[in-house]
Design a protein around this ligand. Sequence first.
Ligand SMILES: [Zn+2]
Ligand SMILES: [Zn+2]
Length: 403
Amino acid sequence: MSAMTSSPADLPVLATVVCPYCAVVVPDARFCGACGAHLVVSGSQAAQRLHSYAAFPDEPVFRVSVVTSLFPHLSHRAKAPFRVGFAVFLVLLLIFALAGTTAPLIAVSALSVPLLFLLYIWEVDPYEGSFLPPTFVCLLLGAGLGAGWAIIGGSYVDKALLPSFTSSLISGSSIVAAIAVPAIGQLLMCVPMMIARRMQRGPIESLDGFVAGATGALGFTLAATIDLMAPWLSNGQLTHEAFLANMTQVILRGVTLPLVSAMATGFIGAAFWAKIGSRSTSAKGKWLTSPGVALVLALLVQVGLGFTDIAALSDAVLVGIHLAALGVLTLAMRAGMHYVLLHEALDVTVGAPRVCANCSHLVPAMAFCPQCGVAERAIARPHRRRATWPLINGVTTPSGGIT
Ligand SMILES: [Zn+2]
Ligand SMILES: [Zn+2]
């Protein structure tokens, strides 16, 4: 069996160019490997590259996509299985809502998004082989806080999450239910991420903070959802509600609550953990990388949904507003994450050649892939290492031997 092995000595000398946006000498390619600017297009938009999301450069920043927004480290090939997993979850919700079966509805609502996120952590290994301690600290602490929030909040939480036809939007209890309860919940969701930040050793990256924030938030919503939906069990095996009423409850508690909470808190975590540098002055938008901005965004969405829930709206309008809020938050969070990845301070080096895990081109290891523009921090760490293995017939292998 014959094989062609590439080594750095066999590779052609790279042509270089001075990036007009960061003034660093970088390989002459489609993207600047130092600041991520698009070098083919020109103009003020090239440095911001809003047409090419830093975590998934084949997508624009402003695209409503649950999988590529909630799972920023995911590899190109793993996107499809996670999309299938999310679709299966939605189909199960639909089936159980049609059947009106209580226990399966509660279980699928509470567990699906957290389970998908744990699978994602397993797949991308963000903490480099030591994911168990920080993951379980975030999950369990979040669950404890979520259970306490749901129990202590009591009737206020019910008012915040259930449509009520007796409340006025300006009564004292409504203000508490619509503002205080969701805001305190959002602040509590941030606690596990801040503790995980103190535990974390070694190199810190923004997307580690996203994982920690989202994990804590999903532990929180898991416990809160079980606690808030448990009264259904007293009705017996069936909810005795209409299909639309069942769907409203499971969409609010099983879909929008965990997704809004995970994305909002994950973005706060990413901004909180990121070390923002001053290299990419041309990209602008640095204010979007502030943890304070991320927290204000999360509070605005949570309080807005709190008022929606007590506004005596019909089920269809309620679901529509929740889904619209999820869409708006997704777009805002992606813009924030994009700028965090563009501005995150990194050493600018032209590293050893390797195969990009996103586009499969042989490129020098840099902060951004010069060929496709993906931020290196959006590549799962195991895939970054694997990409440095020698090439055999165009396929990377761990040993460099013929297989
Ligand atoms: Zn540059
Ligand atoms: Zn690439």
